[in-house]
Design a protein. Sequence first.
Length: 429
Amino acid sequence: MMAKLLSLVTLLFLGCLEPNQEDLFDGKPEATIRAEAWIMSSIDSISTPQKMDTIQPGDSVYLQWAINSSRGIPKTGWTIDGVEALADLSIIKWAFPHAGRHVAIFSATDRFGDILRDTVVAIVNSTPRFGSHFVPKDSSWNVPISSTGGLAFEWEGSDPDTLASISSHFTLTRLFCANGKGDTLLSDTVLSAPRITWWEPLEPLCNYRWSVSIADEFGIPASPATVVNFFSSGTLDGSGALEFHVGRKELSSLSGLVVQIQRLGSPSPIEVPVGSDGIARLIQAIPGEYRIRAIDGIFSEYRAPISTVTLHTGEYLRPPAKLWLKDTIQPEVHCYSSNTDSMEVFGYRAEFSLTDNGSGIDSSSTLAFFEGIAVPFTYPSYGENSTTLQVAIPLWAQGSGAHPLEIRVNDKAGNSSKGIFWITLGATP
């Protein structure tokens, strides 16, 4: 009897339950609930969510979370380096002022007390730095072309936080040589130590360049890379080489340019032609003091000052200053039909010859004044170095006396010239 009573009570209790209550066991498997967290450098569309990122001290990152459950999650939070932080919003901004490995743990707790977690990591590391020790040093010259111990290249690189190892990207390039050999990459390698030994002999009297860039294991580079130029020694009793870059102001042509190189004490200079690259080079030069002068074999008005340089034993000397030839002579204005400053004009036109054996006539600067009044003119024939100028004599000019006509002209280097001529009006043909 008691058993039947208990069965009846149980049936009455179950009948009171709502059929849609979520605790009702329906035999279906529970969907997997997942919590995920990410770290991002920014919240724009190009930033990729990651589980780990590397930043520098003081940089901020964005921490984001998401939960793929339709069931309510009443409590969410972050624990960042052991410190709890709210996660009411799906994205928070956080700064890490100190170097090191920083861990941020996102947690989500449901109403049953079950906790879901996901972890992201921020590696905070400073930019590596170069020291001051570089061998060979920049602008070194007379570097031996061969040695039993090889040629040592050394540099300094360090991480201020000492968190990460440093790697170095080293290159060695032969840029140019006195014997004409050109640009060649000799080495391109990545090293774990800040040094390398080059065992191959160098070419004599060449300009070499070695460069090194360093980065830590997280890919943070030191900026900028270090670039060092040095020059190898010669082979003939300490002889060296001289190289000069030459050009004409206002003109791109290099034809006819020559550099006169005379060692003090020598009876005469050596003339070295300037190549199409604008370079004049003298190899196997004896150490000593030299007098240098660039001359122009085509345009006589182009001149350069004399300079002096000192060549040391085994040095490949390349003065940084370019040898510029400049036009310093003003153009000339002459009567077309005579060598005097007086001319008789028929037909109200006077012709003149403008010449400049340098940068050339600047036609835009020409002016003509008849009795102090500007008058028109034309160029019946125009050339940069020799030009015919035709000046119109105004119809109002009259009288049998001589009338002043002033002509002003510049060349392209800015040298100006002025000529005053006395015009007598002849009978109109």
